[in-house]
Design a protein around this ligand. Structure first.
Ligand code: ZN
Length: 453
């Protein structure tokens, strides 16, 4: 039977339309006024956005992670995402001591049977020693066509050399996929890290070991490899004004590049690192306050395509375990649940993004780049009925570790408030969040992707 959400401000590709949206069997059927069907809710002028797509989450794979232990596996990450209106997540699978990349992917696809709160797809993460050709071939057969590589962290054993990156891009292009790159200059980071250790490590050492100019260098170099191999290239972080400027240059020259940034680079500064040490450590580092307005501008004008979270919650114990900040773990952001709420309150409500752009940067562009559009990413007939309702004038909520429910024991966002938490979320035609509470069902699906143009 057709179900209808009534009297919303629907954020569609044609602009905001006031009216109803109906769906049946998990798929959007119509957008208009006075639509026939069973009323699910009268949302009384609240914003209705396409379910958010967060393509960048790190999860624990059978207890294993890239380096230090993570708090969330696929099931926990999906619940954290859904709270913030993310109905589709993209998670990384990499090799573990027990499995190859392809085996990790197979295991995570199988978790669909145990019940997952969000729809999900998988990105393959390749590290030195992985069989590049075999991994791309096997992954693409099961719907994985996005392949991540690090061009930093050589001393930690994570960086692929340039020849391997080119080979990965060539293979990814051959299956119609995209290469995802963490772009910095890894060799320079290792050199600067050693310099800092010799002079005595303080919290500022971390910032000096990964300066902003290494980012555009990594972008420019890997964009050249992408051109040589005919591969689509997507940067998984743009964290700085020079990075955003490089994206402008590359895009205006016709390079096949796109980029995401994380909400923490738009709202938090390197003061977190200077004051809180390892708790403020994310990779690449948080930057000077000067960069933030320029990143918002790049997100608004399309040089940066979309937002993601780099969700990777770690316990306080793990974050504080090392003797100094250079040895401390990188990841640790618990951010998937705040991406859309903060894009709404800090982006739209503060006049930095239009509401249409909020829909693009939290949903549409990621769906397009990662190959799940128009099934995901848009309010349109025939797309999945993934709908997020954010009322106007909600009370502001402080983003502490308690209300983010990450089990991390701390939050990088606790100085920030938001009025953008979704009140109602529908995924695949099922109400999954009501009055801000998870109400299930956990019947999310694995999204196998096929060759992109
Ligand atoms: Zn990441």
């Amino acid at each position: 039977m057709t179900a209808v959400l009534r009297n919303g401000r629907l954020v569609t590709p044609d602009g905001v339309q006031e009216g109803d949206i109906s769906y049946r069997d998990g798929v959007i059927e119509g957008i208009g006024t006075g639509l026939a069907g069973r009323t699910v809710a009268d949302v009384e002028g609240a914003w209705v956005l396409p379910g958010a797509v967060d393509p960048h989450l790190h999860i624990s794979l059978g207890g294993h992670s890239i380096t230090e232990p993570l708090l969330h596996d696929l099931h926990q990450a999906a619940r954290a995402a859904l709270r913030g209106g993310v109905t589709t997540i993209g998670v990384y699978a990499q090799r573990t001591p027990a499995t190859t990349v392809a085996e990790s992917i197979g295991t995570e696809i199988g978790r669909e049977r145990d019940g997952v709160a969000a729809d999900y797809f998988i990105n393959a993460l390749l590290m030195p020693g992985d069989d590049i050709e075999g991994t791309v071939a096997r992954s693409s057969q099961v719907g994985v066509i996005s392949f991540k590589t690090m061009v930093a962290y050589a001393s930690r054993g994570l960086m692929l050399d340039d020849a391997s990156i080119c080979l990965l891009m060539e293979r990814a292009a051959a299956v119609g996929g995209v290469t995802l790159v963490h772009a910095e200059n890894g060799g320079a980071i290792d050199y600067l890290d050693a310099v800092e250790r010799n002079r005595g490590v303080t919290n500022a050492s971390y910032l000096r070991s990964q300066p902003v100019d290494l980012e555009p260098e990594g972008m420019n170099r890997t964009a050249m490899f992408a051109a040589l191999t005919g591969c689509r290239l997507h940067f998984v972080h743009c964290t700085s004004a020079p990075g955003a400027a490089m994206l402008g240059t590359l895009k205006s020259s016709g390079a096949s590049v796109t980029a995401e940034t994380q909400i923490h680079y738009l709202l938090l500064t390197n003061d977190e690192v200077l004051q809180r040490g390892p708790l403020g450590k994310v990779g690449p580092p948080l930057r000077d306050a000067d960069h933030l307005p320029q990143l918002w501008e790049a997100l608004a004008d399309g040089r940066i395509d979309h937002l993601s979270s780099d969700h990777s919650p770690k316990s306080l114990e793990v974050k504080l375990a090392a003797a100094n900040i250079l040895d401390a773990t990188f990841g640790g952001i618990a951010g998937t649940g705040v991406m859309l709420p903060l894009a709404f309150s800090e982006g739209f409500k503060k006049g930095r993004l239009t509401i249409e752009r909020v829909a693009e940067v939290t949903s549409t562009r990621a769906a397009q780049i990662y190959g799940i559009y128009p099934q995901k990413g848009v309010l349109a007939e025939g797309s999945d009925a993934d709908l997020v309702v954010i009322p106007e004038g909600q009370p502001e909520v402080r983003l502490t570790h308690d209300n983010l429910a990450t089990e991390a024991g701390y939050s990088l966002y606790e100085s920030i408030v938001t009025s953008g938490m979704p009140s109602l979320v529908i995924r695949g035609g099922s109400v999954v969040i009501s009055d801000g509470q998870l109400v299930g069902p956990e019947n999310g699906r694995y999204l196998a992707r096929s060759r992109q143009a």
